[in-house]
Design a protein around this ligand. Sequence first.
Ligand SMILES: Nc1ncnc2c1ncn2[C@@H]1O[C@H](COP(=O)(O)OP(=O)(O)O)[C@@H](O)[C@H]1O
Ligand SMILES: [Mg+2]
Length: 232
Amino acid sequence: MSLLAVDHVTQTYTSASRSLDVLKDVSFTVEPGTTNAIVGPSGSGKTTLLSLCAGLDRATRGHVMFAGHDLGALDEDQLAAWRSREVGFVFQSFRLLPTLTALENVMTTLELRGTPAKEARRLAAEQLEQVGLKDRLDHHAIQLSGGEQQRVALARAFVHRPRILFADEPTGNLDGATSRAVADLLFALHANAGTTLVLVTHDLALAQRTSRILELADGRIARDRVVEVAAS
Ligand SMILES: Nc1ncnc2c1ncn2[C@@H]1O[C@H](COP(=O)(O)OP(=O)(O)O)[C@@H](O)[C@H]1O
Ligand SMILES: [Mg+2]
């Protein structure tokens, strides 16, 4: 069974003056353990699509299925509980909570799931060590570089071992070398835990490291191809 199935999804934004179909009858599936890139011009609907897949928003029409279950059938609490179990999400702009330390940011994921504080602290510290930030546990976001912030965000997205990890332009705010390091980490986490990856990216080097590239144009799938994974 596919891990994720997007089935005839249309997303419409309506304002006072007009209604805009941002996604138009989009269908595709994502198989467990695969790495997938979504590419396309700015405004083509990539972020909208990722938000629907991650249960951050609901489709106007059509269905998003996770492991055979329709996300549309869940109420808000059930959807939040599903997200906290199964999903990790990484944003372009890191979105760490600035008043919390790196360790506390990573712990938030586990606290949402009801993990006791002591256990959450231990797991969060372990995960931060895995992303190379053992010496930064007590730093606040503002004291960290962009690359370090994104590594904290990866630890936060991954510490509960989600079945699927979504990342929206995860290297978009980083320079070349830092981008590459964050991408290496993303694929290492995938390789260690078998986590399914779905990445939105403008970064061709990143897209080419996935095994499948799905191109969006004007709210439709323009192309969907399985690619050779370059040896790295
Ligand atoms: N909440 C919203 N309300 C109205 N329009 C939106 C909203 N979110 C996105 N859009 C519009 O939908 C289109 C696709 O946006 P988005 O999914 O962010 O594209 P991308 O991530 O590919 O750049 C854009 O025209 C954008 O302005
Ligand atoms: Mg976007």
